[in-house]
Write a protein that binds this ligand. Structure first.
Ligand SMILES: [Zn+2]
Ligand SMILES: [Zn+2]
Length: 351
């Protein structure tokens, strides 16, 4: 099999040949058709993750690791213990694989397992390879009826938006929800809020094009974050504060805005990883009964629910630019320089 593999920090990925894995036990071999390229792939290639204020999280990968976690393809072969998946099935791969043994994994939270290895982040090979070895059939979710080039991104950007939305208590058409950031994740979130839950969120961004896209995706109101009195406008539009605010940016400017825009008892949900330090008046957390909650992709159960919604046509499509897999390095550069609209998706050639 062929793959575009890690060749050291900041080095271009290298085209490499590996023996095609043979699935054992409950493993599944997937022939990759499409794999979305994510900002986190660019971080992985850099070998570090910027936490802001000069702090880094080192990502010590050995050379030869194959990234890519937004995987769509068809089952090529299955191990002898596989019962529900068969060759030829079209599947999306849930990549957030945990160790399977810790308390988090046993409680259904393997996506935040501290010793797990996600597919495309150490568990080899990921979707920048033309085949992916899935460690257990339960990570393969049927994708029939979903546009193939859109499908893989449900496992990352789609699930991240959906996972955050699922944290809003008593969500319904009456809910007053503020969304900060109308980039890829935000637009997906606005679309899901509007189509699945009947909510028309109030959306803040600093870019006119993105605010227009937010309106088209189902925003009830939009607020230009560069303007004066942003918080006052949010208070007005929510009638005294939001039930929930989702921060898809996660900067030292957006996070306090999410917090202050809440009503008494409201919940701020932190998703974005822009970085910086969160500063809020500590006493207000207590006095106003507010909560701040982190959200990171989503559980397997959330993912199955999201895929079912996508199969029913309820998840908005995102613009996709298809690129041949051999352009993986160029795509990562484009992502770093903000030249990708929507999702860049690699297409693998199979003879
Ligand atoms: Zn991702
Ligand atoms: Zn675990």
């Amino acid at each position: 099999m062929k793959a575009y593999a890690y060749a050291g920090p900041m080095q271009p990925l290298a085209e490499m040949q590996f023996p095609t894995p043979v699935p054992a036990d409950a493993q599944v071999l997937v022939r990759t058709r499409f794999c979305g390229v994510c900002h986190s792939d660019a971080h992985l290639q850099e070998g570090k993750f910027d936490l802001g204020e000069g702090q880094d999280l080192a990502l010590p990968f050995p050379q030869g690791v194959v990234f890519g976690h937004e995987i769509y393809g068809e089952v090529a072969a299955v191990g002898p213990a596989v019962s529900d998946v068969k060759p030829g099935d079209r599947v999306i791969v849930y990549p957030w694989v945990g160790c399977g043994a810790c308390e988090l994994c046993r409680g259904g939270l393997e996506h935040v397992c501290q010793s797990g290895l996600m597919i495309g982040g150490g568990q080899n090979p990921g979707g920048f390879g033309d085949h992916v070895l899935v460690p257990h059939e339960r990570y393969c979710v049927a994708a029939e009826g979903i546009e193939p080039a859109q499908a893989g991104s449900l496992a990352c950007s789609g699930l991240t938006s959906f996972g955050a939305i699922k944290r809003i208590p008593n969500l319904g058409p009456h809910s007053r929800v503020v969304v900060i950031g109308a980039g890829g994740l935000g637009i997906m979130g606005i679309g899901i809020l509007s189509r699945v839950f009947g909510v028309s969120p109030i959306v803040v961004d600093v870019d006119e094009g993105k605010l227009a896209a937010a309106r088209a995706a189902g925003a009830g109101q939009v607020v230009d974050g560069r303007g004066p009195d942003v918080l006052m406008k949010l208070m007005e539009l929510t009638g005294g504060g939001a039930d929930a605010a989702i921060d898809f940016v996660g900067s030292e400017h957006t996070a306090p805005l999410a917090f202050h825009a809440l009503r008494v008892g409201g919940k701020a949900i932190m998703v974005g990883l822009f970085g910086g330090t969160l500063k809020i008046p500590a006493a207000l957390v207590a006095m106003q009964l507010k909560s701040i909650e982190g959200s990171n992709v989503g559980t397997m159960a959330d993912f199955r629910e999201l895929v079912a919604l996508a199969r029913a046509g309820k998840v908005p499509h995102i613009p996709v630019s298809l690129r041949p897999a051999c352009e993986a390095n160029a795509v990562l550069e484009d992502l770093r320089h903000g030249r990708v609209i929507g999702r860049a998706v690699l297409e693998h050639a199979h003879s």
